[in-house]
Design a binder for this molecule. Structure first.
Ligand code: RUQ
Ligand code: CUA
Length: 919
């Protein structure tokens, strides 16, 4: 017998003597199986809790694991055929089904759209995690089966063979996960290849072991491999953990960053290998083979029942997968449907007006195609159209050549986007630009004196007003913004809000607009981030977020984040307007009337909100004021009714900076646990809200009223704003959501170290789940965008022929050159394919005023004029008159030509300024 032991049992190499265990192999495996089920239980519970167990089938694995663990333990103590054993076998087979189902669900959750990426696969949604259920289920089921006698005298038993194959499968899957996980970091460190190699190596060793006869060599190889696996697991654990804690520890990073626990799977597998490899005969105390049937198993379970459970489970899984996995093929020609693709020749359903960031532009996109349709220069000169090159537009830009556009704001009528104007702010130069959507051109730029870092921009439901504020507090000394040492922060520094009249009804197409400054209001010296104007039940109030209640002026990163709550401010702008209209103010600074709310109780209050809040957004009915916590993983919901009551009862917590502070507990309705780094919220037409999660790189969808998160989708990555069609109005249109991400990784062809950013389109029309359907890069840095159905926008086709428009001419024979001393005024007509007049005599030093009218009324027939070497190019759309001003300081025959390819004779479309040199 002893010699048999020696040759049959693999561990002699280490121990010289066969290992004798006081517990039988099968029981050991059952014990370890139960332990594994419990570990998986912890993991899946934490992961699914992050989704708030929504949809409900996320509960399935959570409920299943403890049951399976319990069954394994019970069988361990009572290894007899019977009900218990049947239950145990059934649960393990069910586990396999759950694994398959889960794999499909995870996969569809990840590639539900048409874009499949490694980063999403591994970072956002651990696709491979459910494979653990399959592996445990297989091992569990095999363990519960009857063992068979050895096939050969010194060979392994059939059961051991199967267990080895199952373990090999699991090694293989683990190596695959390690591969994908580390591929997402592009194997940045060479040693990230090790677990992949060792995993695949171990898989083949374990697999081959099942088919080789037992000899010293193979068993040594097996032992070394398991030891290696153990080692790599421990090393990986340490490395992952140290990478997770570098730069601040967070549990989320442990699970999703470099998942700290994942490498321990290699240790787990090493133990599995060891257990499985134990010889059943010699591991028992009695040194005698287990009796046939001792552990019951499939035979007693009934092979048929087992097969039926497996087959039914798999079919259900596949059907479920088919239901949830509706592949959206981007090449399928569909319109108005849910896919992000619009075939050539068809039009988009919506416009998106997106911030062009530091380019100072507003960009019109088509949704869902994500095609850029037009880039509208606002704060920046544009040689293509000539914006910033004509005297009028030069004057608009002043001495600035760029702007920092953050928040395109759609004009509204009765709380609905009306498609008339988009206003944008320039945070860098404290301006508001107005874009007229009849012409898609900038018609006015309004300077906002006194403000520094005009960041928020929001309008009321009828767009009578625009609200903005200083992000940076500055001193106002003796009634003027001025220099003051930082030590005077408390006394002399102020935040300032500005209220602008849009005067929208007075605006004519193509004519300079009429926005005007209404008044400004002093505020405590915090940093004002975003604003939302009330509507419905909150109409009349404007809410500003603010950080830095700490009033830090140095090391702001650290010092402005000390308090758990910051004081935000809200104002009753109707009450304030009454004061202004009654001629009241507390001084005029740089020509602007200024109110000090400390002197007028009832126009401004402070409201504590956690923690360095960023966006504030109001539900369509106006009832819920939603503050995104930024440094707190919640959206804090304030109930407007409670807020009004607190104001009516003058029930305040205290007074700060001379303003009443609302009691937070009195007005807070809920805190929605959305996830990490919430920045902005938008709403749809179905009672749902969507919050961007910067740190988590995801969009959370939650329900107003129940405050439940019902879906969360990863984005690539670090989303700032998000836009839902009509999503900040009283009547959202829904259907489309664009995630305006601050970065992108592996989404577009590389363009050097400066990566493009990514804007991702989600379809909201397919039920509770958001589906990623399209994606496009954009220039840095997009902030906010507004989406509006195309049918609400009515652009002009041509500028109408207006006989009364000054300086326009409408036929070639009206063309003329008028000389007045050194001043020459040219009234020029342009029409396919010539200029009239085309040769113009000038003297060097003449001052030239050129009114060029494109007398065409045919849509699309734009002509341009480029004057060689004079740094001038301007385009004139059909029916448009453009104004050019220059001094003819360079003598010569200076050609000018048409710069828009208008006809077959476009090249021939030219003329000369015949500039005689002065002597
Ligand atoms: S801000 S990413 Cu300039 Cu609108 Cu929040
Ligand atoms: Cu006109 Cu080219």
């Amino acid at each position: 017998m002893k010699s048999n032991i020696a040759s049959a049992f693999s561990y002699k190499w280490i121990t010289k003597e066969p290992i004798k265990l006081s517990i039988e192999k099968t029981r050991l495996i059952l014990l370890f199986l139960a332990l594994n089920y419990l570990i998986v239980f912890l993991d899946v519970t934490i992961a699914h809790a992050a989704d708030a167990f929504s949809p409900v089938y996320e509960w399935i694995p959570v409920v299943f694991c403890p049951l399976a663990a319990l069954a394994a333990l019970l069988v361990l103590f009572k290894p007899k055929p019977g009900t218990l054993n049947t239950l145990y076998m059934g649960l393990n087979l069910l586990g396999i089904c759950i694994g398959v189902l889960g794999f499909i669900f995870h996969l569809t959750g990840v590639i539900g759209g048409n874009s499949f990426s490694l980063t999403k696969l591994v970072g956002g949604n651990p696709v491979f995690a459910p494979l653990a259920f399959i592996a445990l289920g297989i091992i569990g089921a095999i363990t519960g089966m009857d063992d068979r006698p050895r096939l050969k005298k010194y060979g392994l038993t059939q059961k051991t063979r199967w267990l080895l194959m199952a373990t090999a499968f699991w090694f293989f899957a683990t190596a695959l996960v390690a591969f994908f996980d580390h591929a997402s970091t592009r194997f940045g460190n060479f040693y990230t290849w090790f677990p992949v190699y060792i995993g695949f190596f171990a898989a083949s060793v374990v697999f081959l072991q099942a088919f080789s006869s037992l000899d010293k060599m193979t068993s040594r190889l097996f032992t070394i491999t398991m030891a290696l696996s153990m080692l790599i697991g421990l090393l990986g654990f340490i490395l992952h953990l140290s990478s997770d804690v570098s730069g601040g520890f967070s549990w989320r990073r442990v699970f999703y960053g470099a998942p700290g626990l994942a490498p321990l799977l290699f240790c787990d597998l090493a133990i599995w290998g060891g257990l499985v490899y134990l010889d059943p005969i010699f591991s028992a105390d009695k040194e005698e083979p287990l009796r046939d049937g001792q552990y019951g198993g499939l035979i007693h379970f009934g092979r048929k029942t087992g097969i039926v459970i497996l087959v039914v489970g798999l079919i259900l899984g596949l059907l479920g997968g088919k239901y949830f996995f509706t592949p959206t093929n981007p090449n399928q020609p569909t319109t108005g449907g849910s896919v992000g693709w619009v075939p050539p020749g068809q039009l988009d359903s919506d416009y998106m007006f997106a911030s062009g960031g530091q380019a100072g532009t507003l960009v019109a996109w088509g949704i869902p195609s994500m095609r850029t349709i037009k880039t509208i220069p606002v704060f920046t000169p544009d040689p293509k159209t000539g914006f910033g090159y004509t005297p009028e537009t030069k004057q608009m830009l002043g001495d600035k050549t760029w702007g920092d556009v953050h928040h395109p704001t759609m004009s509204q009528t009765q709380g609905t986007y009306d498609g008339k104007f988009v206003w944008v702010n320039d945070k860098a130069n404290n301006r508001i630009g107005q874009v007229d959507l009849r012409t898609f051109t900038t018609t006015q730029i309004l300077d906002i004196p006194n403000l520094v870092g005009a960041h928020p921009l929001s309008t009321d439901p009828d767009s009578n007003y625009l609200f903005t504020a200083s992000e940076f507090s500055v001193p106002v000394v003796n009634g003027k913004p001025n220099y003051a040492p930082l030590s005077q922060w408390k006394d002399n520094f102020y935040g300032i809000a500005a209220v602008v009249n849009t005067n929208r009804d007075g605006v004519q197409a193509g004519q300079p607009g009429k926005m005007s400054l209404n008044y400004e209001m002093l505020m405590p010296p915090y940093d004002y981030d975003l604003a939302a104007v009330g509507k419905g039940s909150s109409a009349g109030y404007t809410f500003f977020t603010a950080y830095n209640s700490e009033e830090a002026s140095t090391d702001t990163e650290k010092n402005s984040t000390a308090f758990d709550r910051d004081l935000t401010l809200f104002m009753d702008y109707k009450a304030a307007q009454k004061l202004i209209d009654a001629g009241q103010n507390d001084g005029i600074i740089n020509g602007v009337k200024v109110l000090d709310p400390r002197k007028h109780p009832g126009i401004a209050w402070l409201l504590p909100i956690p923690k360095n809040p960023h966006g504030v957004d109001i539900s369509p009915d106006g009832k819920w004021i939603c503050y995104s916590g930024k440094l707190d993983p919640v959206v804090t919901i304030i109930n407007i009714d409670k807020l009004k009551k607190a104001i009516a009862n003058k029930d305040y917590q205290t007074t700060t900076w001379g303003l009443p502070v609302i009691k937070y507990q009195d007005v807070q309705e809920a805190q929605v646990q959305v996830g990490i780094g919430p920045l902005h919220t938008q709403f749809d037409d179905q009672g749902y809200a969507y919050t961007s999660l910067f740190v988590e790189s995801a969009i959370a969808k939650w329900q107003l009223g129940t405050w439940k998160v019902i879906d969360k989708e990863p984005v690539n990555y670090n989303v700032g704003h998000l836009a839902v069609a009509g999503g900040d109005s009283m009547h959202p249109f829904g259907h489309w959501l664009v995630s305006l991400n601050k970065m992108s990784l592996n989404r577009f062809l590389p363009v050097g170290p400066g990566y493009p950013v990514s804007e991702q389109l989600f379809d909201l029309s397919g039920g509770p789940k958001m589906t990623l359907v399209n994606e496009a890069p954009s220039d840095r840095e997009p902030h906010f965008a507004s989406i509006i159905p195309a049918k609400l926008i009515h652009p002009l086709n041509v500028y109408a022929k207006d006989p009364n428009r000054p300086n326009s001419i409408w036929s070639e024979d009206q063309a003329k050159v008028v000389r007045n001393g050194k001043n020459v005024t040219i009234y020029m007509a342009v029409v396919r394919s010539h200029y009239a007049p085309d040769n113009i005599e000038l003297n060097q030093g003449d001052h030239v005023t050129l009114y060029l009218t494109n007398i065409e009324q045919q849509p699309n027939m734009t002509h341009g004029i480029t004057i060689e070497d004079y740094n001038i190019n301007v385009a004139a759309d059909p029916g448009e008159t453009v104004h050019i001003d220059f001094t003819a300081d360079k003598a010569g025959n200076i050609p000018f030509y048409c710069s828009d390819f208008c006809s077959a004779l476009h090249e021939e479309m030219m003329g000369y300024f015949l500039i005689k040199p002065s002597t």
